[in-house]
Ligand binder design. Sequence first.
Ligand SMILES: Cc1ncc(COP(=O)(O)O)c(C=O)c1O
Length: 340
Amino acid sequence: MSQRTATATPSGLGPSAAEQLARQRMHRPKRVDRITDLVGNTPLVRLHHIEQDCPGVELWAKCEFTNPGGSVKDRPALRMISDALAKGLLQGKRLIDSTSGNTGIAYSMVGAALGIPVTLVMPQNVSAPRKQVTSAYGTELVFSDPMEGSDGAIVLARQMVEAAPDEWFYPNQYANENNPLAHYHGTAVEIWQQTHGRVTHFVTGIGTSGTVVGTSRRLHELGAEVGRHVQCIAMQPDDAMHGLEGLKHLPSSLVPAIYDAGVLDDTVWMPTDEGWDMTDRLADAEGLFVGHSSGGNVAAALRIAKQLAARGETGVIVTVLCDRGDRYFVPLEWEKRYVW
Ligand SMILES: Cc1ncc(COP(=O)(O)O)c(C=O)c1O
């Protein structure tokens, strides 16, 4: 790695904003006013066992599964909704979007906490747990043609918005700048503080690209303030037909409007098997039971760690644990009674 080179601004004017930030400690509140106050400020955990083959390289992972909705998507959902509330865009309207995954759960959690009605459009054939978890928050579900997949849900949501624009607020996470901004102002700053400005590499997978674009943009700025370049690397599945839930293979997908290749130093292409094997290893070796995109992220971080170690270099590599593994199990049937 390139060791941290500067400790004070050359002009002698005192520590830069980046240096001041690095010295600040992050505090998780013990008492909050509402559940949305618990979004962000997630812990950073060191992966001692997985890094052990790479002497001199530290591997760290951001525990985004500790967000109250259970995933990294709580951050953009909260920021998109807060921004819409501040601009009066939600007045008398329902939030509508076409997601059945983590973003749907995040909208549902934030909507319930802030009193905003939410409608999610999803293909009729999505799994029962996805329908159950989102409707447990009081979210209205509209089903699209199962033969048309997630694109069919997007089209139906857009048609509903076009038919009655005054009834709906459509955040569109693929084009909404508040998605990367949530990570620019949150995830990146936290990583900088939690590593005391020592982070050398950041790597994470692309879904909407909000996490990698927003975090990388800010880490580049913070590194530049102290005369360092933080390497920011995207991970993508290596094939259009992949099993890394939540991630996109951009060469075969619609490229999100918020995607900005200019903030990325490199891309790691990840086979499904390598991501799944690392998911198993994280549970077994580190006690971290996380989803498969998290396994892919750590596998990508380990590849970078091995390259550094092979060159005799040191480094502080940070990646993201996007959600927990139990999200991919079928939960108990939701019943309003106890069965003894
Ligand atoms: C499980 C999982 N991992 C990773 C991501 C990627 O995050 P982003 O949309 O910020 O690129 C998502 C996004 O929905 C996700 O659900």
